[in-house]
Design a binder for this molecule. Structure first.
Ligand SMILES: Cc1cc2nc3c(=O)[nH]c(=O)nc-3n(C[C@H](O)[C@H](O)[C@H](O)COP(=O)(O)OP(=O)(O)OC[C@H]3O[C@@H](n4cnc5c(N)ncnc54)[C@H](O)[C@@H]3O)c2cc1C
Length: 407
């Protein structure tokens, strides 16, 4: 379907990806109506602040991507507090919660994800929270106070950042992770070990290889029968894609909405971006959703280009960062497989680089932003560099980047 600059474009989901796409369409010269439909009451905002600034600083307020008025000034119609309730591909229309019907020439799903829940625990006597929205962050922040006993279920990025923030607020924290180590899907054991040691040093009680199976009066019951005393439970065990409206269109399965590198689904005129989109990963060799800030940003830009009739495929390796105490973790590509090379001091600043068939297929770093800036480029290019060179601190990664063939 050729791009037409005055097409009506409707974007479902006014989170980071939807917002960046709307902006990029206008920046790229799209002249037709652009409507951004968001279920949340707020103008679009980025979520990393929810588990960082907003929890660490009791006075921090939400920073939106731009104020409400800015959207109108950019020529983007923003509907907040308005869920879309139905999509009809035949008549090219979307129905909203208030009964309005919007017509579109091209439709973009940017509906994100919602936390995976544990209803069994929600029914118990201890309050249970999740962390996805600004309301969740404010609720959690209000409750974090010195002496509060917090049980965090899930040793992923969100659970770990909440644990670090709660320690800073003087809480006592226990963290339960079902896998044998923290962040097992994203980082190698060396990096997980460094993070575990830092949390233990801060005083977090770590319970890996354990699951919460129920709630008792005053605590969480673990699968070994122990009860962890808790006044509050924060569950961060992953997310599921918001695909309710996409499923009847035949473009989604339980893993998300499948798209190509231009954000196109199997239905002409319908696109998907951000956390809800499932993409082929050259680094993992499988379809996967990429639940990161950078993906929301860059896939939105690539899809805007595609909507504007330009060819700019989304080709960046998946990358995220996380701040915990004095540590900044970054991970890129697939850092859980292949031959691992360590660069730097594993007790200080360092990176791990993961080679598959001699090509750089993944990397992590702790407090080594310069190395990671270069490694992101080398992972994206799947550059072939010898392990002994990569391990040598005298070997300049930036020079290796400069030597990459120009795309
Ligand atoms: C607490 C937290 C901390 C994070 N920290 C980091 C980090 O440090 N680094 C990193 O790389 N990534 C981080 N992330 C991940 C990153 O924020 C997400 O990958 C990013 O927000 C994805 O953007 P999105 O637009 O796809 O989804 P979202 O930002 O979730 O936006 C989707 C929007 O769609 C709306 N919606 C859903 N269904 C409908 C409907 N039917 N009608 C209308 N609207 C609908 C939702 O209400 C939501 O507002 C963090 C995420 C969270 C929750």
């Amino acid at each position: 379907m050729p791009a037409v600059m005055d097409d009506r474009i409707v974007i479902l989901g006014a989170g980071q990806a939807g917002a960046r796409l709307a902006e990029a369409l206008r920046d790229g010269g799209h002249t037709g109506p652009v409507t951004l439909v968001g279920a949340e009451a707020h103008p679009p905002y980025e979520r990393p602040q929810l588990s960082k600034e907003m929890l660490l600083d009791p006075g921090a307020s939400l920073t939106p991507i731009k104020p409400v008025a800015g959207w109108g000034m950019a020529g983007i119609r923003l509907l907040t507090g308005m869920a879309a309730t139905g999509v009809d591909a035949a008549s090219r229309s979307v129905t909203l919660a208030d009964g309005q019907v919007l017509r579109w020439d091209r439709l973009v799903f940017a509906t994100g994800t919602r936390p995976r829940r544990l209803p069994l625990l929600e029914a118990g006597p201890v309050p249970v929270l999740y962390l996805r929205t600004v309301e969740d962050a404010l609720d959690l922040r209000r409750r974090l106070r010195p002496g509060l006993r917090l049980a965090v279920l899930g040793g992923g990025v969100i659970g770990l950042e909440v644990a670090a923030a709660a320690m800073k607020q003087g809480c006592s924290v226990d963290l339960v992770e079902a896998a044998p180590r923290l962040l097992s899907r994203a980082v190698p054991p060396l990096v997980a070990g460094r993070l575990s040691a830092r949390h233990a040093l801060a005083g977090v009680g770590l319970h890996v290889g354990r699951q919460a199976v129920g709630m008792a009066d005053g605590g969480v019951i673990l699968d070994d029968g122990r009860v962890l005393p808790a006044d509050l439970v924060l569950i961060g065990i992953g997310v599921e894609p918001c695909i309710d409206l996409a499923l009847p269109l035949g473009i989604a399965d339980a893993d998300g909405i499948r798209v190509d590198a231009q954000g196109r689904t199997a239905q002409p005129g319908i696109f998907a971006i951000g956390d809800v989109a499932s993409q082929w990963s050259r680094w993992h060799g499988r379809w996967s959703r990429v639940e990161t800030w950078a993906n929301a940003q860059n896939q939105a830009l690539a899809t805007a280009a595609s909507l504007l009739g330009r060819d700019q495929p989304h080709a960046d390796a998946p990358w995220f960062w996380s701040d915990q105490y004095d540590l900044t973790l970054q991970a890129c590509g697939d850092a859980t497989t292949g031959e691992m090379v360590v660069r730097g001091d594993p007790q200080g600043a360092f990176a791990t680089i993961h080679l598959v068939d001699g090509h750089i297929n993944g990397a992590t770093s702790i407090n080594a932003p310069g190395d990671m800036a270069a490694l992101r480029r080398l992972v994206t290019a799947r550059a072939a560099i010898a392990a002994d060179q990569l391990a040598d601190p005298g070997f300049h990664l930036r020079r290796a980047v400069a030597a990459l063939p120009k795309s």
